[in-house]
Write a protein that binds this ligand. Structure first.
Ligand code: PLP
Length: 394
């Protein structure tokens, strides 16, 4: 059997129609398949490859760390330089209340840890999140997911959850002194890149402060420079009580984190001790990769680059099909007439060697999320291809 046959036989499948591109290698903005066809990865493996694939700094950091040590002990017991250096780098680039970093392996785990932390700190149980939000697929994040369709198939889930509508001020009244936390994506990703209106997020923060509910900001998709600032919350003048990161944090390696104040985080250490534990969280090789990736993002000011490149790319999309576009930095969505048109667009783009996608809760919107290192020439070429594809769809 060849790898394609083995993939369908032995790899647990997530949908009846996987892309099934057989990967040979990936470098920078490009992915190459085993037939030698080259694709521009215009979705960054879904918001992961912010510094591109196999960035040389990341490879060097991984190699050096792997030669020194890999796993030595479960999280939180030994002092490991890659972990503490990454935590220091993160906290140096965050508001002063976000100084304690708990490393995990994925976005879902970061959210799960944050939910537990909020319940433990506030001694409350109600969890509020948003319609059309996505925070991961394990039971905790699934319980607060903004889609009844996805949740219904797996009930019973966590009790005492409530969904409110993003950008709807009246719904903020549902946040009360019973609420442990409100989990929010500063820009809703899987909803199709929905931006917060006016000072909505500030009003949300105010309501949380008034009621004592913790504000958990999920920057798993928006973080690490993607939207034109290092963290999206910066551009909306809010400060999370707990910040969740993953995806682009690892430079291509699996890592997540939930970050809070020392005061809040310390509640996980007693009554009971070991209130949250993980074997592989903060793996030294992943932390070294993350440190290299984050340093590159900061040193090269890739956040500012994302802002300029996003604006530049959109200015090159001249066909009316792209009119309804929205986004921030290099996190962009282009709603199309319907799912049929979008799927045709995605297929034609793939044929031309451009990987694009749709969104979980917006299946007629085109997802654009390239590596932040993409060049102007590459953006010009993709824009030209997009305009041509749009002509074909007319
Ligand atoms: N939160 C957001 C906003 C996401 O976009 C995702 C993944 O798409 C997650 C959480 C879950 O991350 P992971 O797939 O690493 O569990």
């Amino acid at each position: 059997m060849n790898n394609r046959e083995l993939f369908f036989k032995h790899i647990g499948q997530t949908s009846p129609f996987p892309l099934a591109i057989e990967i040979s290698k990936a470098e920078g903005v490009f992915i190459e398949d085993t037939q030698g066809k080259k694709y521009i990865d215009f979705i960054s493996g879904i918001a992961v490859s912010n510094v591109g694939h196999c960035h040389p700094d990341v490879i060097k950091a991984i190699t050096e760390q792997a030669n020194r040590y890999m796993h030595t002990m479960v999280y939180g017991e030994y002092i490991q330089s890659p972990q503490v250096q990454l935590a220091h780098l993160l906290s140096s680039n965050l508001p002063s209340n976000l100084q304690s970093v708990y490393f995990v392996n994925s976005g879902a785990e970061a959210i799960d840890g944050a939910l537990k932390l909020a319940k433990r700190y506030t001694k409350r149980t109600e969890l509020i999140s948003f319609k059309n939000s996505y925070h991961g697929s394990t039971h905790g994040p699934l319980s607060i997911m903004g889609s009844e369709t996805y949740k219904n198939a797996f009930r019973p889930l966590l009790p005492n959850t409530k969904l409110i509508e993003f950008n709807k001020l009246n719904d903020l009244e549902q946040i009360t002194h019973d609420t442990a936390c409100v989990v929010v994506e500063p820009i809703q990703g899987e909803a199709g890149v929905i931006l917060p209106e006016n000072d909505y997020l500030q009003k949300l923060q105010k309501k949380c402060n008034q009621t004592g509910a913790l504000l958990i900001v999920d920057e798993i998709q928006t973080g690490c420079g993607r939207t034109g600032s290092l963290w999206a919350f910066e551009s909306y003048q809010i400060i999370p009580d707990i910040l969740c990161l993953a995806k682009g944090l690892g430079g291509g390696m699996p890592i997540g984190a939930f970050i809070s104040s020392n005061e809040i985080m310390s509640t996980l250490t007693h009554h009971p001790i070991l209130g949250h534990i993980t074997t592989f969280g903060g793996h030294p090789v992943c932390c070294a990769a993350s440190f290299a990736s984050l340093s590159y993002i900061l040193n090269e000011n890739l956040a500012e680059a994302a802002k300029k490149k996003g604006e530049y790319f959109l200015s090159k999309l001249i066909h009316p099909i792209f009119q309804k576009r929205r986004g921030k930095g290099l996190m962009i969505s282009i709603p199309m007439d319907n799912n049929f048109v979008l799927m045709k667009f995605i297929q034609l783009a793939l044929e031309r060697g451009i990987i694009v996608d749709w969104f979980l809760f917006a299946d007629s919107a085109l997802r654009i999320c390239p590596p932040l290192i993409i060049s102007q020439i590459e953006l010009d070429w993709v824009a030209e291809q997009f305009n041509q594809i749009a002509e074909l769809l007319d």
